[in-house]
Ligand binder design. Structure first.
Ligand code: 5AD
Ligand code: SF4
Length: 358
């Protein structure tokens, strides 16, 4: 059933510790019923900080000359994937700035084939590499990726225009979600919450968009200002706790409204509070994406201020992450893909429609 906008607005505008805890409890009960309390790990490899786009909120946008650009070598990226496989992470995410040139498309294709080979096809692969042509999406799908995350950032078209240069187009981005679906991917999107000028009404519309697009996965997080962006004036006066609460409320409202999708508890939450990701799990998220990028590259991938640079690649920190997840009463789905239940329900209803048509 399409979520009720009034109810969404009620949830998103809740305040007061007691009321918020009640909202998170409600979301957790829905999560337990629809997707269970197993957390799936996806190790993130930040493959390159080169980006052809210039989103005004982002620290690695093309217009920021303040830092060196890198691309991880194929060999190093494969070594990181191998580590992921050894540690029994079920999947990994390959993330980078947006590029659509041939050398890049080839590098990603080769990496995908290499990862499939080194893991005997066992590591699931999610891509988060921006807007591409159908042909490129298909090529990467054939090379082994099966999930794709493409955040639309905000569905308020006016706000989208204010936060991006004129050549960034919301409708093109939205159409990419359709191309991804056509290519066979499990499709994820998401928005940022707490953008300058964004209202609860906008966020309620974002959630309705997720429902209408029938997405399988969500990766959302609070907006965190960065000093070398056109929005640098927002760094001073930024309220971390308020941003954290907005992020948690959004997760909870999405879990209650959309039920069986996979929802990531994102690094932006951890940037705001050391336990932010665990809080996200308790508010309804069920996927966690530890950063496994080699620490020597991490400085170069600062999308926002204070992005945690912890070495989750080290065995001790993996152990402490596992312990803190277990402390909040969840278990980790080692070696499992943890595909979104929503995807299979969607596939089933497509198959049923086809059968009825025949
Ligand atoms: N704060 C929070 N998230 C950000 N992103 C980019 N810049 C910021 C920021 N300043 C997010 C966007 C993008 C993803 C890769 O990172 O949602 O899609
Ligand atoms: Fe590039 Fe993504 Fe940053 Fe936009 S948000 S500048 S597309 S890395």
């Amino acid at each position: 059933m399409r979520p009720d906008k009034k109810e969404l607005l009620q949830m998103l505008s809740l305040e007061g510790e007691k009321e918020l805890q009640e909202l998170y409890r409600r979301a957790y009960a829905v999560k337990k019923e629809y997707v269970g309390t197993t957390v799936y790990f996806r190790g993130i490899i930040e493959l390159s900080n080169i980006c052809t786009k210039n989103c005004y909120y982002c620290g690695i946008r093309s217009g920021n000359p303040d830092f060196p650009r890198y691309t991880i070598s194929l060999e190093d990226a494969l070594a990181q994937a191998e580590w992921c496989y050894q540690k029994r992470y079920g999947s990994l995410v390959i993330q980078a700035g947006e590029r659509a040139d041939k050398a890049w498309i080839d590098l990603v294709s080769e990496l995908l084939r290499g990862i499939k080979q080194l893991s005997n096809g066992e590591l699931g692969i999610t891509l988060s590499l921006g807007e591409q042509s159908l042909e490129t999406y298909q090529r990467w799908f054939e090379a082994g990726a099966h999930r794709y995350l493409l955040r639309v950032e905000t569905t308020n078209r006016t706000l989208y225009r204010e936060l991006h240069p004129a050549d960034h187009d919301f409708e093109k981005r939205r159409n990419c979600l359709a191309l991804l679906r056509k290519a066979g991917y499990q499709v994820g999107t998401g928005v940022m919450v707490g953008l300058p000028g964004q209202t609860y009404e906008d966020i309620a519309e974002d959630i309705l968009f997720f429902y209408d697009e029938d997405v399988d996965m969500l990766g959302m997080g609070p907006y965190i200002p960065h000093h070398s962006t056109p929005l640098a004036h927002l760094v001073e006066g930024f309220d971390k706790m308020q941003a954290l609460t907005q992020g948690l409320k959004l997760i909870a409202a999405c879990r209650i409204a959309l039920k069986d999708v996979n929802i990531a508890t994102t690094t932006a939450l951890q940037a705001l509070h050391p336990q932010g990701r665990e809080m996200g799990l308790l508010a309804g998220a069920n996927v966690l994406m530890p950063n496994i990028t080699d620490t020597k590259y991490r400085e170069g991938y600062q999308l926002y201020e204070g992005k945690p640079n912890l070495d989750e690649n080290a065995d001790e920190s993996l152990e402490s992450l596992a312990a803190s997840i277990e402390r909040v009463g969840e278990s980790i789905g080692y070696g499992e893909w943890g595909d979104p239940k929503h995807f299979f329900r969607r596939q089933k209803s497509v198959a049923e429609c086809r059968m009825n048509d025949e």
